[in-house]
Design a protein around this ligand. Structure first.
Ligand code: HEC
Length: 143
């Protein structure tokens, strides 16, 4: 029983290492992060809140504060140099256009499996904070 446990822990570690490198080397920046089976449905999810300067400002405070986004995504949104899978470049206009707000909310609720992107909504921030920080992330785009 004990040995079986050790073996399965070993397998889990091996799998996570191999899994990470598989994601890191094979997943293109523009490929959706939401699993295929639910992609169409998640793309349709819309924010219940209108875009306002107040909400963008609230999102900015989440990004630089309680959400810890700035530690990986940097002040200017281009992302810090992380080992393994680099954070997204939020100033990339093509990426901004490809992703819907619904997809970004999915990533905030589920993280991006196989990468350093952690679950944020429901752990450190609320769903409303999540929608606000998405409004703020959109302000990096279009450069
Ligand atoms: C520990 C580092 C880290 C923190 C903290 C972090 N992120 Fe990320 N984030 C990443 C990495 C790495 C990726 C790239 C993941 C990928 O390529 O799938 C990423 C990707 C993303 C994406 C792009 C997903 C996509 O569909 O392309 C969004 C949006 C995002 N993060 C938002 C946030 C927000 C908002 C916060 C704060 C509430 C945050 N992140 C905090 C590391 C982090």
């Amino acid at each position: 029983m004990f040995f079986l446990k050790i073996r399965s822990i070993g397998c889990a570690i091996l799998l996570s290492i191999c899994g990470q490198s598989a994601w890191a080397f094979h997943k293109d920046v523009y490929e959706p992060r939401v699993p295929n089976e639910i992609l169409a449905q998640e793309q349709q999810v819309k924010s219940p809140h209108p875009v306002t300067p107040e909400r963008i400002e609230a999102g900015r405070r989440v990004y630089f504060g309680v959400g810890f986004c700035v530690t990986c995504h940097s002040k200017d949104g281009t992302g810090v140099n992380l080992p393994g899978h680099p954070p997204r470049d939020f100033t990339d206009a093509k990426w901004q256009k490809l992703r819907t707000d619904g997809e970004l909310m999915w990533v905030l609720k589920n993280g991006s499996p196989g990468t350093g992107m952690p679950i944020r909504v429901g752990t450190d921030i609320t769903e409303e904070d999540g929608w606000n920080v998405i409004q703020f992330i959109r302000t990096f785009g279009g450069k």
